[in-house]
Design a protein around this ligand. Structure first.
Ligand code: ADP
Ligand code: MG
Length: 370
């Protein structure tokens, strides 16, 4: 049993926020994050009785709001704190998953993929895997197989980001394997031998994601991208051959403002297409799982029948194991530091707070009969 680990990361003010002369409303201290509602006067609670500040405790609060501050949390520090555990899990044969959740422009893609020369978690985790493979193969008789795939969910449709033009890339079917669970039929899988191979694929996939965006209104804010690594390790355990398999999902979610038609900012998104079914369902799944674990923690409570609606969306169905199942899972909530985003940021902080309650059951995926 292991709780989902939750981290919050605040980015620097962007140009728009500076132009609006936005005020800084996020403070962090150790693992705590505090948000201030500037509309409520200092010392008072306003006529509504609400507090001016709200403080949440997470597993980590990453202060990346000021690149010049000595407290600035770099990409490398985020990797050291969260990513190295993912690499370790892979070698131990556990599944792992990292989600980035937050409003558009809050730093999800920066945290997961990063920029060139300033790479994020996905490239660093891949690099970490290969450097440990090289270390291990030097001493051990273990052998490794690493495969990657990269897909996008847009309007509940799955698209392969790594497949050559000629073959089927759009609208892939999600099916269920009796033993291994949900999977995407015909999704291309690419065997990689070194970090260079992964880098090439990542670049190709990222270009695919953005070229598709031309003509369509901001696809990346509406789509979910899932980069998956399947890592197989064959070794001898007291003379017996044995194999462990680990699946790692690295997920850059759609902008969280798509979860709610009315929007916490009060801006009404009129077109139905603006509500993201996968994102709404993810929220419902997290709530149901949080309820379940609170029930389990209280032995006197009457057991409720809690239904977890995994099948209601493509995202939650594909990532079923990562949510309340066999996986070590991390959620990174990314936020803006500016008062102009108060509503969205508060809703992200609450969402992340709820995710802390999810209990997973990671087990080593071992197959001794190879
Ligand atoms: P999202 O994917 O959530 O829409 P991005 O990752 O594209 O947002 O981030 C928006 C902008 O903010 C990018 O230009 C990115 O480089 C910058 N940014 C995001 N997070 C950070 C950070 N922690 N430190 C510095 N710059 C950041
Ligand atoms: Mg993005």
């Amino acid at each position: 049993m292991a709780s989902v680990k939750v981290a919050v990361r605040v980015r620097p003010m962007n140009r728009r926020e500076k132009e609006l002369e936005a005020k800084f409303i996020i403070q962090m201290e150790k693992s705590k994050t505090t948000i201030t509602n500037l509309k409520i006067p200092e010392g008072g609670t306003g006529d509504t009785g609400r507090e001016r500040t709200k403080t949440f405790t997470y597993d980590f609060s990453f202060y990346s709001a000021d690149t010049k501050s000595p407290d600035y949390i770099t990409q490398e520090m985020v990797f050291k704190t969260l990513g190295t555990d993912v690499v370790k899990s892979a070698f131990e044969g556990y599944n792992a998953c990292v989600f980035a959740y937050g409003q558009t422009g809050s730093g999800k893609s920066y945290t997961m993929m990063g920029n060139s020369g300033d790479s994020g978690l996905i490239p660093r985790i891949c690099e970490g895997l290969f450097s440990q493979i090289n270390e291990t193969t030097r001493w051990d008789e273990a052998s490794f197989r690493t495969e990657v795939s990269y897909l996008e969910i847009y309007n509940e449709r799955v698209r392969d980001l790594l497949r050559r033009k000629s073959s089927k890339t759009f609208n892939l079917r999600v099916r269920e394997h009796p033993k291994e669970g949900p999977y995407v039929e015909d999704l291309s899988k690419h065997l990689v031998q070194n970090y260079g191979d992964v880098e090439e694929l990542m670049d190709a996939g990222n270009i695919n994601r953005t070229t598709a965006a031309t003509g369509m209104n901001d696809v990346s804010s509406r789509s979910h991208a899932i980069f998956t690594i399947k890592f197989t390790q064959a070794k001898f355990d007291s003379e017996m051959p044995c194999e462990t398999v680990s699946k790692i999902h690295l997920v850059d979610l759609a902008g969280s403002e798509r979860a709610d038609a009315t929007g916490a900012t009060g801006v009404r998104l009129k077109e139905g297409g603006n509500i993201n079914k996968s994102l709404v369902t993810l929220g419902n799944v997290i709530s149901a799982l949080a309820d379940l674990s609170q029930d389990a923690a209280n032995p006197l409570a009457k057991k409720k029948q809690v239904f977890v609606p995994y099948r209601d969306s493509v995202l939650t169905w594909l990532l079923k194991d990562s949510l309340g199942g066999n996986s070590k899972t991390i959620m990174i909530a990314t936020i803006s530091p500016a008062d102009v985003n108060y509503g969205e940021t508060l809703s992200t902080l609450r969402y992340a707070n709820r995710a802390k309650n999810i209990i997973n059951k990671p087990t080593i995926n071992e197959d001794a009969n190879v």
